[in-house]
Design a protein around this ligand. Structure first.
Ligand SMILES: *[C@@H]1O[C@H](CO)[C@@H](O)[C@H](O)[C@H]1NC(C)=O
Length: 301
C-alpha cells in the first residue's frame, strides 16, 4: 500500500518533469532571438558576388550595378513576431534603385509585408512605400517621406506582426498599422509562415517620380548596408502553427498589450500621417472606381 503510493507519487513527479522538459524544448525550438550573425541566419538568394560580408558576419551590404542586383533571405520561416533591421540606404544619386525589406510566404496565394525604399536624385528625399499582400492580393500601398536623411546613418526599420495587427516602425515610431479585420471579411496574413528577405534592384520603370528619373549607371555601384538585426519571432516548428498562435511568455507579441498601439505610439502615428504621408490607397477612390477596399471604412488603428 505504502509502496503503491510512493510509486504513484514518483510517476506523477516524472510526468511533471516530462511536461516541463517538453515545454522548455518546444520553447527553445520554436521561438528565436537571432544571433545577429548574417552568416548564421541568412543565405544569399541572388548574386553572391554582389553581397558583401563583414568578417564577423555582423554587417552585410547589397550591391547593384549594371550586371546585377542582390538578395538575401532568412534560413527560417516565422509565424508572428518582430523583425528589426538597421539599414543605411544608398547614398548620393540613388534614383531608380529599390531596396525591398519584407516578409513573404512565397506561395501562390502569397502573404507579404513590405517595406520598399525608393531612391532619388542627389539631394531629393527617399520615399518609403509599404504594402500588404494577403491571400495573394495587394494594392494596399502607403507612402511617406522620412524626417531624416536615411543615407547618412543606420536607422532601425521594424515589422511587428501578430494575430491582432501589423505595425511598421521606423526607429520605433509607428508609420503604419494594418489591423486584423478578418472577422469582417478583410484578408489578413495569419496562416502562412514567412521568411525575411532583402533585395536591392533596378526599379527605374516606376520607382522615382513615377519612372521619370532613371538609374544613372555612371554612378554605380549602388550600395545599401545592413547591420544589427533582430529576429524575435516564432519559428514555424514542424509546420504546426499552434504554438506560434499561443500567447506563451516567449510569444510576447501575442500578449494583450501588443494587440493595439499604446497611447504614445498612437500620437506618433498621427504625427507621421499628418506631416509625412504622401499617399494612402484608402484615399485614392479614383483608382478603385469609388469602391475602396473594405478595410478603408474600418478603424485603422
Ligand atoms: C524624389 O524627389 C522628387 C522631387 O523632390 C519628389 O517629388 C519625389 O517624391 C521624390 N521621391 C521619389 C521616389 O520619387
Amino acid at each position: 500500500m505504502v509502496h503503491n503510493i510512493i510509486i504513484r507519487r514518483l510517476i506523477l513527479l516524472l510526468n511533471i518533469g516530462l511536461v516541463v522538459c517538453l515545454g522548455l524544448f518546444q520553447v527553445s525550438v520554436a521561438s528565436v532571438v537571432s544571433t545577429g550573425d548574417f552568416n548564421k541566419d541568412f543565405f544569399v538568394t541572388w548574386s553572391p558576388s554582389h553581397v558583401i560580408n563583414s568578417a564577423d558576419g555582423r554587417s552585410r551590404s547589397l550591391k547593384l550595378d549594371q550586371q546585377s542586383g542582390a538578395g538575401i533571405a532568412s534560413n527560417q520561416m516565422f509565424l508572428f513576431g518582430q523583425v528589426d533591421m538597421q539599414i543605411k540606404l544608398v547614398p548620393g544619386y540613388s534614383a531608380g534603385t529599390v531596396l525591398a525589406y519584407y516578409l513573404t510566404s512565397d506561395q501562390p496565394n502569397r502573404d507579404e509585408i513590405d517595406f520598399e525604399f525608393l531612391g532619388n536624385v542627389t539631394g531629393q528625399p527617399y520615399i518609403i512605400q509599404t504594402n500588404i499582400y494577403a491571400d495573394g492580393f495587394d494594392n494596399r500601398e502607403e507612402r511617406i517621406y522620412l524626417w531624416f536623411d536615411p543615407t547618412k546613418d543606420f536607422h532601425t526599420y521594424s515589422i511587428l506582426w501578430n494575430l491582432h495587427q501589423i505595425v511598421f516602425m521606423v526607429d520605433k515610431i509607428p508609420i503604419r498599422v494594418y489591423k486584423n479585420h478578418a472577422d469582417k471579411g478583410v484578408p489578413y496574413p495569419r496562416w502562412q509562415p514567412m521568411s525575411v528577405k532583402l533585395t536591392l534592384w533596378n526599379g527605374d520603370s516606376w520607382a522615382t517620380r513615377g519612372g521619370r528619373d532613371k538609374i544613372d549607371w555612371t554612378k554605380a555601384p549602388f550600395i545599401a548596408s545592413l547591420t544589427n538585426y533582430k529576429l524575435d519571432a516564432c519559428v514555424n516548428w514542424r509546420g504546426n502553427p499552434k504554438f506560434c498562435r499561443s500567447s506563451s511568455p516567449t510569444n510576447w507579441w501575442n500578449q494583450y498589450s501588443f494587440s493595439t498601439l499604446s497611447p504614445s505610439h498612437r500620437k506618433w502615428l498621427r504625427w507621421v500621417r499628418k506631416y509625412h504621408m504622401i499617399y494612402d490607397y484608402c484615399n485614392d477612390s479614383q483608382r478603385f472606381h469609388n469602391h475602396l477596399p473594405k478595410e478603408c471604412s474600418l478603424p485603422k488603428y
